[in-house]
Design a protein around this ligand. Structure first.
Ligand SMILES: [Zn+2]
Length: 652
């Protein structure tokens, strides 16, 4: 037998595909009518016989690590009219006008509409719903409903995310954990005849909704507040465009705080915050509005990449040590530049750092030291570490929209590309990828998965699911990690990171000043990656300040912010300071203890805050303090911002 020729095979294949497409089309069509339309038709008949009203389930709460609700529900009501049950139309209209405060024409138009069920208003206060229910007017129905409510408004807005009209998550943790949080809607069934008249004789059959489960996160609201406060202060002071901060436990990847500024109010997520855009909002096209909102909702610690600059030198150093391409006491010389191929690549110190050891090179953040290290490693080994540290992939964080690093194809990496990459230029990564790499460098060498969600609990508080992030790959040796911790501690005690030095604590870190593209724009991102305690890191923090005005160096602008954050959160985490004798002499100047302001009048709080030298920010309306931050008894520096949430005096 002849083997079929290629031509014949091709024809056969073509014929086969035409038939396959045709048949699948047919199957699809039949399936569509039966499955999709069938359901629809059945549902229509059902709707005619029973007029069911959905009862929205209570969405689960999102908690911080200590059980403080970050996203919760307020009970509200939905008001509707059932046309065929109306006995006295005027009474229905006047009652709705009276209770809901709507105008006559608006209500009459709705009441006159001949539909089974006409929604008048949704998400009205529960008290209003109860009032209408009490009046018991035939034709007016009140259904319970719930509205998502974020008690801390802007706090961690990009992380928590918010929900849409149907209570479905739109961004952030609200989307990621939607399946656990959303619950199952219930129904109120009322039997009706073909004309829609109630024939149930007033007996309602209820299928109760199933409330959603709760999400417990690793966020610590106290740390989150400190972080946001510090970030806001520096952005204002430096008139910077934006900024972000991440605080993570480098041992297990639990994120204690993450904030981006500017942010937005989770209770009004569709309200643009930029005052310029706010002014021209009504004139903007739908497309422009959507763009602006999406921009406002972006979590750029995760969704966007940037050129890390010198903080990345910790990766080059680690690779050099791990591969034994460099030793701590190797000497390097810096004349202020290095000639690589045909290019002259500068060090930030114009006159050069002269002769220095590897450790001194890291302390001084001297570019030629890293160019030499990368050259010794070679592109292939350098890329091996890019991969090991996870810059090619998502970190796996549990919020949607994560970006990955953008770098040269290894085939296109010549000496110049390798040299610039060694000190953090000519490629982009996300801030989250950087802090994850930093964690592996100081935690003994383990690549962790940054995350927020720790467990799901049900309505009774019983744990029904624990998220497991324990699988950690060791990517570098403990010896290299130990050496890096010591070097990075010396960056703070003796090098470019000295503005993070905090008496009583051992802190390690690395500064960066990245020049944004195009370089001619002379715009910068100042950043600092720090961790403490240096001998057993429990917290790691990364801050980015985008386009600071005036002085823009990471060591000058970003490092002090992390110092301020650590100064507050280390004692809070129970990490006690251990002062040297010299440090003890210089302590306790300008510190104050925060009093308890809760249940006090705002007028009194203002006076007291002024007397203590605290700056005050008031959130909410009214004169009664409901919550405060920092918490009572905390010790803070004078000039720290005190945030109070207030409400009207008479409201319970
Ligand atoms: Zn140098």
């Amino acid at each position: 037998m002849h083997k079929p020729s290629i031509m014949v095979k091709k024809r056969l294949l073509f014929f086969l595909s035409v038939v396959t497409v045709g048949i699948s089309g047919l199957i699809f069509r039949v399936g569509y009518i039966q499955i999709v339309q069938g359901d629809f038709l059945k549902a229509k008949a059902w709707e005619q016989q029973t007029r069911d009203r959905l009862i929205a389930p209570q969405r689960g709460t999102i908690y911080d690590r200590n059980g403080v609700p970050l996203a919760q529900n307020a009970s509200v009501s939905t008001i509707s009219v059932i046309h065929n049950q109306i006995q006295d139309k005027d009474k229905v209209i006047t009652t709705l006008m009276d209770v809901l405060g709507m105008n006559y024409d608006e209500i009459k138009a709705k009441v006159d509409r001949v539909v089974a069920l006409e929604r008048i208003q949704s998400r009205v206060d529960k008290e209003i719903g109860d009032e209408l229910r009490k009046r018991n007017i035939p034709g007016i129905v009140v259904d319970e409903d719930s509205k998502r409510y974020y008690p801390h408004r802007n706090l961690a807005s990009h992380v928590l995310g918010f929900v849409g009209k149907d209570n479905q998550g739109i961004i952030g943790l609200e989307v990621k954990y939607d399946e656990y949080l959303k619950g199952m809607p219930g129904k109120i069934l009322t039997e009706a005849d073909a004309k829609g008249r109630d024939i149930s004789g007033g007996i309602q059959q209820r299928i109760e909704p199933l409330p959603g489960n709760h999400l417990v996160t690793s966020i610590d609201i106290v740390i989150q507040q400190y972080a946001e406060q510090a970030l806001e202060k520096v952005l204002q002071g430096k008139e910077a465009k934006k900024g972000s901060i991440i605080i993570m436990n480098p041992q297990n990847g639990e994120i204690l705080a993450m904030a981006n500024k500017p942010d937005f109010d989770l209770n009004e997520p569709f309200r643009i915050q930029d005052p310029l855009l706010q002014n021209q909002w009504s004139q903007l096209s739908q497309e422009k509005k959507a763009d602006a909102l999406n921009q406002m909702w972006r979590n750029f610690s995760i969704n966007d990449t940037y050129e890390p600059g010198s903080t990345f030198k910790i990766v080059t150093s680690t690779a050099g040590l791990e591969e034994k391409a460099v030793r701590l006491n190797d000497t390097f010389s810096c004349p202020g530049y290095r000639i690589v191929a045909d290019r002259r690549i500068r060090c930030h110190k114009v006159g050069g750092h002269g002769t220095q050891t590897f450790v001194e090179g890291v302390r001084n953040s001297c570019n030629p030291v890293f160019m030499d290290t990368a050259e010794r490693l070679g592109a292939e080994t350098f890329y091996k570490y890019m991969k090991l540290f996870g810059f090619h992939e998502k970190t796996g964080i549990d919020v949607p929209g994560e970006a990955v690093g953008i770098m040269h194809n290894i085939k296109k990496v010549g000496p110049v590309e390798l040299a610039t990459m060694s000190f953090g230029q000519s490629f982009q990564i996300t801030p989250l990828q950087l802090i994850r790499a930093g964690a592996a460098i100081v935690n003994g060498g383990y690549l962790i998965t940054p995350h927020f969600g720790t467990r799901i609990i049900n309505q009774e508080g019983k744990v029904i699911k624990t998220f497991d992030y324990n699988k950690k790959q060791q990517i570098i040796s403990k010896e290299t990690s130990d050496a890096m911790r010591k070097i990075l501690e010396s960056v703070v005690s003796e090098g470019t990171g000295h503005r993070t030095y905090l008496p009583g604590y051992r802190i390690g870190g690395k500064t960066a000043t990245s020049e944004k593209l195009p370089r001619s724009s002379r715009k910068y991102i100042a950043s600092f990656l720090g961790f403490a305690p240096a001998d057993d890191p429990q917290v790691m923090a990364l801050i980015l300040i985008d386009e600071p005005m005036g002085i823009y160096y990471g060591g000058t602008v970003a490092a002090p912010v992390i110092k301020e954050v650590f100064e507050n959160i280390l004692p809070y985490l129970g990490i006690e300071p251990q002062y040297t004798e010299q440090e003890l002499k210089l302590e306790s100047i300008g510190e104050v203890q925060i009093p308890n302001f809760v249940q006090q009048s705002l007028t009194d709080v203002k006076k007291e805050a002024r007397a203590l030298g605290l700056t005050l920010e008031v959130l909410g309306e009214g004169n009664l303090v409901k919550e405060q931050f920092p918490l009572p008894n905390e010790r803070v520096n004078q000039g720290t911002k005190l945030i109070v949430y207030v409400e009207p005096q008479d409201k319970k």
